[in-house]
Structure formats: C-alpha cells, structure tokens
Design a protein around this ligand. Structure first.
Ligand code: C2E
Ligand code: CA
Ligand code: CA
Length: 513
C-alpha cells in the first residue's frame, strides 16, 4: 500500500516539475535543434519504457499485497491450530493457560471468584480398549458437544489431552455458585453416551480450585485443581472435590512422582537391566532377569520397589510392562538361543484378561521364541483372582512361555497353587538364602523341604540373593540347580550384557563391568 502511494506521489511530482519548468516546450525546441539525432523516436521509446516500468511496479505491489494477505491467513491458521484440539475443536491446554493467565491478571470482580474445574473421565479407557480408538474419539467428540452446550456464557471449556477436560467459570458469586457449576457438569454424565453403535456409561472425577482464595496465578490454580482431582479420584467412583490447604505435601509429592513416571515411561527413560541366572554346578549363565531401572532427573536412582507400586496404583503398569517387555525381547534376540529372559508380571496385570494375548503379541512382533521367555509372578497375585490368573497364564503356557513362582516362601506357599498352576520354576526368596548355614537350623530344613517339593514336582529351582560362595556350595549340596545373586553379578545394562556374552568366561568378565 505504502509502496503504491510513494510510486503515485513521485510520478505526480515528476509531472508537476515537468509542467513547472515547461519541460514539453523545451524538449520540442531541443528536438528541432537536433533533428538529425532522431530524438523524437528515442524519447518515445523512453516514454514507453517508463510506462511499462510503472505498470510492472503496480503489478508487483498488487502481488505483494496478495502474498501478505495469504501469509497473514496462514499465520492465523497456524496460531489457531496451536491453540485448538484437532479432534474436538475445543481450545487446548495452551489456550486454556493463556486465557486463565489473562483472567488472573485482572482477577475476578470484587467479592466474586473464578472456578477452575479439572474433569477426568472414568470408564473411557474401557471404551477405547474394548471398542477401538475411533469409538473413543466419537465419544470424546460427543462429550465435548454436551459440555459445550451446558453454559451459555461466562465459561471457557478446553480439552487438555486424552480424557482430561477443564472448565473455567468466571466471576461467580461464591462457593454456592461454584458448587452449582460442578453439579451441572456432573449431571452431564448421567445420560449414557453413544459411540460405535452402543451406549456407554462414563463417569467423571472433578477437582476444583477457586481464585483468589486458592491462588492468584493461573499455574497455581491448575496445580491445586489437579491436587483436588487426585483426591477425588482416590475416593473412587465419580465424585468432585474442592481444593483444601490440608491437601498436604505428601499428595503433592506423589502427584509429582506419578507425573514424572508417566513422562519417563513415554520417553523411554525407564529401562531394563539384566541380572544373570546361573547354573550353580556348571557356572554357566542360563538366563537373565529383567529388572526395571529409572534414573529420576533430580532424585537420581529410583528403586523399583518405589516406582512399581505407583505404576500399579495408576494403571501405568501396563504401559511400563509392555514397553519394558518389548525392549527386553529385542535385547534377548541378541543373546545365544539357550539363554532365557525372565520378566516380572505384576499382580495387577494378572487381573487383566487380555494380558496373555498382549504378551504373545509382543513376542510375535519382536520374533522372540516364546520358549525363551519366563514370566515371574508372586503367589499374592494368584490369590486376588485365581480364575482370571488361570486365563492369562494358561494362554501363555499353551504358547510355550515358562511360568516361574517368584519370592517362594514369603507368601502363602500353598501346595494348592503349586499343583494347580503347573509352574515351570520356583524362585526361593532371598531371605531363606541369606540365612543359610547360619544359627537357624530350621531355615536350612525349610530350604531342603522347598527343594524336595520342587524336585518332586519336576520344577526347576532358582535360589535368589546368592551373595557368597558358602551359600552357593550349600545350595549345590542340597540339590539346588540354579542361582541368582550378587555373587554372580548385579543387573547390567543391555550393552554390558552384550560385552559379557562375547567373552569366553562371562562370570569372570562380569566383575570388571
Ligand atoms: P524381585 O523380582 O525379587 O527381584 C530381585 C531383586 O533382588 C532385585 O531388586 C535384585 O536387584 C535384588 N537382588 C538380586 N541379587 C541380590 C543379592 O544377592 N542380594 C540382595 N540383597 N539383593 C539382590 P530390585 O531390582 O530392586 O527389584 C526389586 C523388586 O522390584 C523385584 O523383586 C520385583 O518385585 C520388582 N520389579 C523390578 N523390576 C520390575 C518390573 O519390570 N516389573 C515388575 N512388575 N516388578 C519389577
Ligand atoms: Ca523377580
Ligand atoms: Ca524375587
């Protein structure tokens, strides 16, 4: 635009100057004086050229204007995309953050409050897993429409990702008004949703934080609404919970840890290390047990005893187990064929009917022979739902996967389980191995009895926690076939295992790793 004005102005000035100095008459005189030079043709040509340049300049300006308009449109489309959730068309987490930050800059009107509701669906995973992702998407879209229609004005609804939504209600008159908003949202879940041709009952847990009482910054409000949501989920079923100061540090720590773990699983920061299992007599490595390892970015090494229970409580355990198993199978493909990979399967997963198939799918995907995999389970996982555990384990056993009973001697140690589950292996808990040859003769008698029982049932017995040569020799004398423990080596990274296996004497090599 500016270019056009400048061009027009300079052309006009040029014409004005020409008129002012009688340029036309002077030019005519000059041409007549120098008739032999044929100046009239030259000036005509120059005139045409100037006109063509002018037209070209105008056209160029026009093109630039179109280009700028298109660029502006593309920029605004990109900005919209960055602020909208593509599935539901609702504002996304970033957009919500911006709106909340702006609202908090001004703050609610005098005596009024803003409410931030975090809404987390219950039962959505069932639809997604059971009916497929398109059904899950359909449900999310219909839920978004239902929630969008609840309030005419004064609210801002966003999808934060997955099955998590947020609603800001602005300038409410107080706690009662906030409660009314929450009730309205909760009531939206009373009617079933339609997806993939069927009805689905979906619940919601809601966590609420209020401004200014619970915080004057957007980020603080979201964090506090999240703590309240966590509490609401903990109380089970579909419920809502307002943030309270008393929601202490422990909750906060736990939430942070959960979030860090979720992030670590997604980004592959939880790894398996492999501890050798050895034939006690021949001193040959016969297998490796995969043990989860996580180096927390600020807290350092996190023992599995701390993060596995969190994963179990939050359903993260399935993703974690599957990703570790997938990687472990790939690592095991690099080992000699006779070496077995042992993997721990949490009790929670034995209550998931599909788990057997999931493990088999990973074996098929990676190409590891099922006979090279051993699944370690504890007795407590059998007790919680015997029938379901049978479903999962028979499927695995039928495909050739070995089943090991872990921590034997610490749980129920029931003969019933040993008979009914047709285990391939028993792992004697390290507390018994630790006490071997000590002051307690009964301990040795129990170990002998365990070994007798295992041998009688035709099972392979593995002693856990073998830390010294005396324990090893004692176990050999009692007829124990395999052992695992610091005497033979701690769990090693996949890379170190590869180095170890390439050595002619792996057990000696392990000491140098
Ligand atoms: P577990 O299955 O009984 O694993 C053996 C534990 O004993 C491992 O501890 C191992 O490092 C430790 N250990 C091995 N040899 C010795 C020894 O000679 N002396 C002593 N004192 N300890 C020894 P870790 O790695 O800390 O794992 C602890 C538990 O966490 C495991 O016990 C298992 O129940 C659980 N876990 C580890 N990784 C996973 C996993 O990927 N999935 C599941 N569901 N649970 C896991
Ligand atoms: Ca184990
Ligand atoms: Ca064990």
């Amino acid at each position: 635009m500016l270019d056009g004005i400048i061009l027009l102005a300079s052309t006009t000035c040029l014409f004005a100057l020409a008129a002012h100095f009688d340029f036309a008459e002077r030019l005519e005189d000059f041409i007549q004086d120098h008739e032999s030079w044929q100046l009239d043709e030259i000036f005509l040509l120059a005139g045409f050229l100037s006109l063509a340049t002018l037209i070209f300049a105008f056209r160029r300006i026009q093109d630039q204007r179109v280009e700028i308009r298109l660029r502006n449109e593309a920029e605004s489309a990109a900005r919209n995309l960055a602020l909208l959730d593509p599935l539901t068309g609702l504002p996304n987490r970033r957009h919500l953050g911006e709106v909340l930050d702006n609202a908090m800059l001004q703050g609610p009107a005098d005596g009024r409050c803003h409410a931030v509701l975090l809404i987390d669906l219950n039962g959505f995973k069932r639809v997604n897993d059971g009916f497929g992702h398109p059904a899950g998407d359909e449900l999310l879209v219909s839920l978004s429409k239902r929630l969008s229609g609840l309030f005419k004005e004064g609210t801002f609804l966003a999808r934060l990702g997955g099955d998590e939504f947020a609603l800001i209600a602005f300038d409410l008159s107080g706690l009662d008004a906030a409660t009314a908003v929450v009730r309205k949202v909760a009531m939206a879940f009373e009617e079933p949703f339609f997806a993939a041709g069927s009805e689905h009952i979906i619940g919601a847990s809601i966590g609420i934080a209020l401004a200014p009482q619970d915080g004057t910054l957007g980020a603080d409000l979201l964090r506090r609404a999240d703590i309240a949501l966590y509490r609401s989920k903990e109380s089970g079923g579909s419920s809502s919970c307002f943030f309270e100061e008393s929601m202490d540090d422990l909750v906060l720590q736990r939430i942070t840890m959960e979030r860090d773990l979720r992030h670590a699983i997604v980004s592959g920061d939880v790894l398996s290390h492999y501890q050798p299992i050895v034939n006690l007599k021949t001193q040959q490595i016969v297998g490796f047990e995969a043990l989860a390892r996580w180096t927390h970015p600020t807290k350092g090494n996190m023992p599995p005893d701390r993060f596995i229970p969190i994963a179990e409580d939050t359903a993260l355990i399935r993703d974690l187990t599957e990703s570790l198993l997938r990687r472990a199978c790939r690592d095991a493909l690099e080992w000699p064929d006779h070496i077995v990979l042992s993997v721990n399967l949490s009790a929670v997963l034995l209550r998931d009917r599909t788990m057997g198939l999931r493990v088999l799918a990973i074996l098929a995907e990676t190409g590891l022979n099922p006979a090279r995999l051993a699944i370690e389970i504890t007795e407590s996982s059998l007790v919680s739902d015997l029938e379901l555990a049978q479903v999962v384990l028979s499927r695995l056993r039928d495909a050739g996967v070995q089943i090991a009973l872990d921590d034997f001697g610490t749980g129920y140690s029931s003969i019933y389980h040993l008979r009914n589950f047709r285990f391939d292996k028993i792992k004697i808990d390290r507390s018994y191995v630790d006490a071997l040859g000590g002051e307690d003769p009964e301990n040795d008698a129990i170990v002998r009895a365990m070994l007798g029982l295992g041998q009688g049932l035709g099972l392979t017995i593995i002693a856990e926690g073998v830390e010294n040569a005396e324990q090893r020799d004692c176990l050999i004398r009692k007829g124990c076939e395999q052992g695992q423990g610091f005497l033979f080596g701690k769990a090693l990274s996949a890379k170190d295992v590869a180095t170890l296996l390439a050595d002619a004497d792996p057990l000696r090599k392990i000491a140098s790793l």
